[in-house]
Write a protein of this length. Structure first.
Length: 91
């Protein structure tokens, strides 16, 4: 299903390609009959999923992090940089 989404993806549809399901298919090349164990948790108010899969070479574990736009990826989102709000204090 997600492989079909990669063909002819527009800017508006790019969010669908970064769904957790599509990321799982991309990184794990999931095959029928191979069990996966997902553990959901929150780290610093951000959603994270630990995925464990049994592969031919042994157990494979990967983490997925939900980004600010709702998409999922293997890298944690960048921390928010401090900003100055001088306009609030201007007279």
């Amino acid at each position: 299903m997600c492989a079909d989404l990669h063909e002819g993806v527009t800017q508006m549809d790019s969010h669908a390609v970064k769904s957790l399901r599509c990321q799982l298919e991309k990184w794990l090349a999931r095959t029928p009959g191979v069990p996966m164990h997902l553990t959901r948790f929150i780290v610093r108010r951000r959603r994270c999923v630990r995925v464990e899969s049994i592969q031919e070479r042994g157990v494979f574990v990967i983490f997925f992090f939900q980004q600010d736009d709702g998409s999922w990826g293997v890298f944690p989102p960048s921390p928010a940089a401090p900003t100055m709000r001088a306009h609030q204090y201007a007279v």
